[in-house]
Write a protein that binds this ligand. Sequence first.
Ligand code: HEM
Ligand code: SF4
Length: 574
Amino acid sequence: MSPSAAATRPLDPPKDLPDSTAGIYHYDQVDRQFLRERVEQFRRQVDRRLSGELTEDEFKPLRLMNGLYLQLHAYMLRIAVPYGVLTSRQLSQLAHIARVYDKGFGHFTTRQNLQLNWIKLVDVPAILDLLAAVDLHAIQTSGNCIRNVTSDQFAGVADDEVVDPRHYAEVLRQWSTLHPEFTFLPRKFKIAITGSATDRAAVCIHDVGLLVKRDADGRVGFEVYVGGGLGRTPFIGKKLRDFLPEDELIAYLEAVLRVYNAYGRRDNIYKARIKILVHELGIDTFRQEVEAEYARMSPETYRLDAAIIDGIRARFASQPYEALPPVSGALGRARLEDHTFNRWVRTNVAAHRQPGYAIATITLKPAGGIPGDASADQMDAIATLADRYSFGELRVTHEQNLVLAHVRQDDLHALWKELSKIGFGEANSGLITDIIACPGLDYCALANARSIPLAQRISERFADLDRQHDIGELKIKISGCINACGHHHVGHIGILGVDKKGVEAYQLTLGGTAATEGAIGDILGPAMSADEALDAIEGVVGVYLERRQDGERFLDTLTRIGHTPFKDKVYAAH
Ligand code: HEM
Ligand code: SF4
């Protein structure tokens, strides 16, 4: 028996839930066969590494094809959650894997995936087997390929949605999976897609951002953005096409990727992303290159037939909604009687397009908690709640939270009570403690400073919900180094971990946003210690509260009064 096969431990099977869930794209036998073969292939590669036949250098490109990183203390496995949609059964399986093979925790990421930070190499094939059993995998979550496509966590249910982006996200998933021409790009390539006026998918900071929309005649098409990204050189994406007709989606993206593949810089890793190419060529020249490539391609070969989209749409069975009155009396009464619940509804519940239903965001950000972390028991409990209240379906958000997308308004109070029991009933979605943080120096080999403990301290400092609700929408995002995994450039308050003569320090930026148009924050001043950073945030919030006018959110006040008052406050003592 091979070492990795011997490592397979006897397991309790995940709880017996129905195999199909409405609203989820269902794999067919070809998809499943492919996953099984892929696991077997990797099992043999792991065995060769364990026996010493492969060196770490030889093994590295193979493991990166399967989402396996080597971090400060252990291997880290990043599991793909296609456009952030999970079934309850998949979530229980993830809980099961976290319990048996990790330290009993999973970490939801800003690209709607799940990371396990304490994985043993010998266990990886068994884990991949368990993932494949529920149609999950870790392919294309690392390496210089097209990564997991991300989307709006409210896709298909938001009341402001024009077109459901999931069907196109699935088209893109199928097209990009193991695409032979785009497996060794100059650098990784991230695509996000939304179909709503409100951009909840951070489209503007992706290599390609797509906004699905309709023209005056009702035809579907895409507004295409290119060259957005964070990292050491942040850029907001630039518009490439105002209306790309639906059937040209794949052909046009092929042209974009071919231009990138041909001209993207392979000589310098810091200049390899498409954002640098777009910046160096200028958007007009880049567009000409794409259009020239496009003109050379055979449109018929790449046409995205309506029949293909119809076929995909049909495999997203729709939820068996009940006919309900648009407004629930029970919800109204519960809100009046229970102040804490009412607060949760205000921040964590969004309007649903189906009368009588609502969308509930479960913030994985309890006071003092680690942003985006959930224990195996919490994941199991949420899976059960998804079965009970949301047709067994869940969404992962790029803000490291979870969503139950189809909750009857009548059930919201009961759901919130259950969430509160597992520590996730906090009414803080979009507030100052709904922080995004990368793994930082606690796990990451590239970090300058710790992100997680600072996030925890900020969350404790601002734990008082009255105060949080008074402050209103304010997004803090923390990265432990300039790679910007924690999106600090687009935080209303961004925090970047830097190395100040061998000591961990933090630099603040103000005014970033990933919403709709997007903006990169401006640096406030010199870096400071964690203690000083906490006081600085307090100072920034204080200036906002003092200076805000009627109904102004933090960003509005900042735009009106500029950075100087904030800077003066923070650096006054220096
Ligand atoms: C702990 C292991 C990790 C390592 C070694 C790592 C490494 C990197 C590196 C090197 C980049 C810059 C790439 C570039 O600009 O070309 C990057 C970007 C990024 N990473 Fe990570 N990362 C890790 C974990 C995470 C986690 C946990 C998240 C989600 C919370 C994440 C989300 C991102 C995002 C969103 C970017 C975006 C920047 C962009 O697209 O321009 N990463 N990461
Ligand atoms: S931002 Fe830096 S420290 Fe944080 S996870 Fe990314 S590479 Fe690591």
